[in-house]
Design a protein around this ligand. Structure first.
Ligand SMILES: *Cc1c(COP(=O)(O)O)cnc(C)c1O
Length: 408
């Protein structure tokens, strides 16, 4: 049977693989040889499930959003990853990877981070497991994401500023890979999304797959069927989306909709719409769509949301888009801001800016009244409040006055 999951060689169609320097070959090969066996072992499953329940707070609720449903004329359920410990889905992955690192006898954890969310999720599990934690972060991002930097430090991590390139996520990732090359035997690299060389995209997908495993059970209980008509999630690298769709990926009864960051607009050059614009290339060890110029140089992506501005995309999603299994909708900055205000007003849920892109996809779709939609709210909006206040005020009150409508 045709599957959209990974094949024996680490590919999703023509995407994926492991394009790595010679020095990392053994590391990646060791991981590839061990990850399935470890993840399928009873001892791993027991510890992982226990931590997901008692530490992360799973299962996360599947909530029927009545007022949002009424607005869009269908039945919309929200998968509440925003309620997890540390505020997003990222902890599902870091809990799993640190258990794997310990079983492989690694002593030192490294990670890359852009907005700081993955850095915080990694520093959190390192504190939990008493392991050394080094987080690479672009200097520009360190300045933009002060609170997350302080959280990582409080959790005991060393945050190393990266000053190469544009000093953002792509550069931090390069630096983490360089570190890994220098310490291949004692270091485990915890990657934050379904990106990087095989087996990372598959390993992270499997660790996030708990999201769709729960959706199946919860939807059956609430709706009498396991399958929604639509699954909607935002994509940066694509891990919350991979988790949301994992157990439905080969089931054509469910349509998959991926919301990527349009930034100021796909045609403006200020965008992170990798699938719409990207061409096939190699980034961070995988063959996938990449935003690049004519010389194959990676272009700096832009999005108002720091969690979505990665210039690549997980190979699993590149293949879903190429095979037309998924519909990809770019959602621009202003549309995401509006969607965040809408969810807040209708349901009393302030979403992360990333998640607001998934909400923003709703107004670009057409639904039948009988349609059942499951949309993943990947994280909470606490970290984005300043952006919401600034952008929301600018949109509604052009004169900057918050208390009366200065347009009237
Ligand atoms: C990091 C992040 C994302 C983007 O990462 P994916 O791997 O695409 O899921 C989305 N939402 C939130 C809240 C995040 O922190």
């Amino acid at each position: 049977m045709k599957t959209f999951l990974v094949d024996q060689n680490g590919y999703y169609g023509e995407f994926g693989g492991a394009y790595i320097p010679e020095i990392l070959h053994k590391c990646v090969e060791d991981l590839r040889n061990m990850y399935l066996e470890v993840m399928q072992s009873e001892s791993f499953k027991k510890e992982y499930e226990q931590l997901l329940r008692d530490y992360v707070g799973r299962p996360s609720p599947l909530y029927l959003a009545k007022r949002l449903s009424r607005k869009y004329g269908c039945k919309i359920y929200l998968k509440r990853e925003d309620l997890n410990h540390t505020g997003s889905h990222k902890i599902n992955n870091t809990v799993g990877q640190i258990l794997l690192a310990r079983r492989m006898g690694k002593k030192r954890i490294i990670a890359e981070t852009g907005a700081g969310q993955h850095g915080v999720a990694t520093a959190t599990v390192c504190a939990l497991m008493d392991m050394e934690c080094i987080v690479y972060m672009g200097k520009t991002d360190i300045e933009r994401q002060h609170i997350n930097v302080e959280k990582m430090k409080m959790l005991g991590a060393t945050v190393i500023p990266v000053t190469s390139g544009n000093m953002t996520l792509k550069d931090a990732t390069n630096e983490a890979i360089r570190d890994w090359c220098c310490h291949p035997s004692d270091t485990f690299y915890i990657i934050g999304s379904v990106v990087g060389p095989h087996p990372y995209p598959d390993m992270v997908s499997k660790l996030q797959a708990v999201i769709s495993e729960e959706i199946k059970k919860q939807l059956l209980e609430q709706e009498g069927r396991e399958n929604p008509d639509y699954l909607i999630a935002c994509v940066g690298g694509g891990s919350n989306a991979a988790g949301t769709i994992y157990h439905y990926i080969d089931d054509m009864r469910t349509q998959i909709v991926l919301a990527e960051a349009g930034g100021k607009g796909v045609e403006t050059g200020l965008t992170a719409a990798t699938i719409k614009l990207g061409q096939t290339g190699i980034i961070h060890g995988a063959r996938t769509y990449v935003i690049q110029n004519e010389d194959g140089q990676i272009e700096e992506p832009y999005s108002i949301s720091a969690g979505l501005d990665y210039p690549g995309i997980g190979p699993i999603h590149a293949n879903l888009a190429a095979q037309k299994r998924a519909t990809v909708l770019p959602v621009n900055d202003d549309e995401a801001i509006e969607a965040a205000y809408e969810l807040t007003k209708l349901e009393g849920i302030i979403p992360a800016l990333e998640s607001a892109h998934a909400i923003g996809a709703l107004s670009k779709m057409e639904f039948k009244p009988t349609d059942v939609v499951v949309l993943t709210v990947s994280g909470r909006g606490d970290k984005d409040i300043n952006t919401y206040l600034r952008q929301g005020a600018a949109a509604k009150f052009p004169c900057g006055h918050p208390t009366y409508d200065c347009q009237a």
